[in-house]
Design a protein around this ligand. Structure first.
Ligand SMILES: [Zn+2]
Length: 506
């Protein structure tokens, strides 16, 4: 941060300051993209200039010339950022963007700012990269900051087996004052962190267009992109303010223009990963973005906001399907529910998925996904419910009592699920979306006043189906006693998991 202000200071010293300009006036930003060989955060004589690098103001996309120079007009308050080219990263986290709002802090009025230079650091290309996609940590008070600190962030802080993480919005719960705490925890991670803007990251003190300022001051632009290992990663602002506190899932024109602007520079086969808070399926003008993406063969959407996990495969008339992965919430069901021995709430998501995040491994244009429940082993990919109470069946009972319900957290319409009882044959289970039985049990325990206990917060569950449950029936011929059951789930998106457990037959 220190260097950043030094650069600003230099800007003011050298740029031509002209007439006072009103707030919505146009500012011209000029600078150079260079390779920061000595990593001092400054463009030094002799350092290589980089041509053909994309620069954006969140709407327009321009390219650096042969001398590595760019020039872009912005409205005061907009942010200019560099779209990191393949095999390059930024030097320090605050060097890939320039927020013109910060100029006003110094009370200067000008219409041209020069020497907004972006330094790139060369990076080795890898065979594959692993990305952690984290949804809604959504902390609303100090206690919830502690929940996040002791669960998701504590787990991530020890990991270095990935390349970067992306937090898909709702970092806070309408509490911009907590951004600094979230940033501090992110700063404790060993790998770079990218952030996405969510509806609960707005600051309601400002007018519509100012609601985003507190977020952008800390985390940088809400609309940006970067290339990594041949993949284009794009972050979009999916929040469109309406009324005093309202919003809708709408892509503003500027978002669509930004995306089109980058697409004109890439091949139709390049994998694009679009990161946004609100699920694509819930966006009011999703057809607009699908039209822009029509020519692109490989598109993955990552989203959050639903506090559940689900996957959609969007049909396209003239191209391959678009895959959307809604990654769930690190806060689970908003940090509610029975607390464990460390004081952390269960917060099981409405769809029966434990609090967690996704790991996505990219290799060329292909990727594999894997769910990771916080604090759970990586083998833990499903829950199994048997009979009436989850663990036993009445042999003489009706067919309902012999039901088995399996919830595969990362399961989708592509997933095949089979079960085997004792040493019997493998039998297929059928996908049918129903309310998760563990959620139903928590609901009835809450109704009876047994859950949650004192000091824990009630989980306000609705009667909604999970989008990844599979059903089967234990054969009528099963003998009384204890039985082993094995469930295996597999698909071509990365799932290859099994679980073994035991249940009683009366
Ligand atoms: Zn949200």
């Amino acid at each position: 941060m220190k260097n950043f202000f030094l650069i600003l200071f230099l800007c003011f010293t050298y740029s031509s300051v002209t007439v006072a300009a009103p707030l919505d006036s146009i500012l011209t930003i000029k600078g150079v993209v260079y390779v920061d060989d000595n990593k001092n955060g400054r463009f030094d004589p002799g350092e290589k200039r980089k041509k053909n690098v994309l620069i954006t103001n969140g709407r327009k996309v321009v390219t650096t010339n042969k001398r590595g120079e760019y020039e872009i007009n912005i409205k005061k308050g907009q942010i200019v950022s560099v779209i990191l080219p393949d095999s390059y990263t930024y030097n320090e986290s605050d060097k890939w963007w320039f927020n013109s709002k910060l100029l006003q802090v110094n009370g200067l009025n000008q219409d041209k700012v020069e020497n907004i230079n972006f330094g790139l650091v060369k990076e080795k290309a890898k065979k594959k990269i692993k990305v952690l996609a984290v949804g809604d940590i959504q902390v609303g008070n100090r206690e919830e900051v502690n929940f996040a600190g002791r669960t998701i962030m504590s787990e991530l802080a020890l990991r270095n087996d990935y390349d970067f993480s992306i937090f898909l919005g709702d970092l806070v719960n309408d509490k911009p004052a907590l951004f600094k705490s979230v940033q501090k925890m992110m700063g404790g991670l060993q790998k770079p962190v990218w952030a996405v803007y969510g509806n609960h990251d707005r600051n309601f003190e400002g007018e519509h267009e100012e609601q985003i300022d507190s977020y952008q001051k800390i985390f940088g632009p809400a609309t940006y992109a970067f290339f990594k290992n041949g993949i284009l990663f794009v972050a979009l602002n999916s929040i469109y303010p309406v009324g005093k506190f309202g919003y809708e899932g709408i892509y503003d024109k500027s978002e669509l223009e930004f995306l089109s602007g980058i697409l004109s520079h890439i091949s139709t086969n390049q994998l694009i990963v679009i990161n946004q808070h609100i699920p694509l399926a819930w966006m009011k003008n999703k057809d607009d973005i699908l039209r822009i993406l029509e020519g692109q063969a490989n598109v993955l959407f990552l989203s959050a906001h639903s506090h559940t996990v689900f996957q959609s495969f969007i049909e396209r008339a003239a191209s391959t399907k678009i895959h959307e992965l809604n990654v769930g919430a690190a806060s689970g069901h908003w940090w509610t529910g029975q607390r464990d021995w460390q004081g952390n709430p269960l917060a099981l998501m409405q769809d029966g998925t434990p609090r967690g995040y996704f790991e996505i491994e990219f290799k060329n244009n292909r990727y594999q996904i894997k769910y990771k429940g916080v604090g759970l082993s990586e083998e833990n990919q499903m829950s199994i419910w048997i009979g009436e109470d989850g663990e036993h069946i009445k042999r003489a009972g009706d067919s309902d009592n012999r039901q088995i319900i399996v919830n595969i957290f990362a399961g989708s319409e592509k997933t095949e699920v089979n079960m085997k009882i004792d040493d019997g044959k493998w039998m297929p289970l059928n996908k049918k979306n129903i309310p998760d039985p563990f959620i139903s049990r928590i609901k009835s325990l809450q109704k009876e006043g047994l859950y949650p206990n004192k000091g824990s917060r009630r989980s306000p569950y609705l009667n909604r189906s999970s989008r990844h449950t599979w059903l089967g029936t234990i054969p009528e011929t099963i003998k009384p006693g204890l039985h082993k059951i094995e469930v295996a789930a597999k698909d071509n998106l990365g799932l290859n998991a099994s679980k073994i457990t035991w249940f009683w037959v009366e």
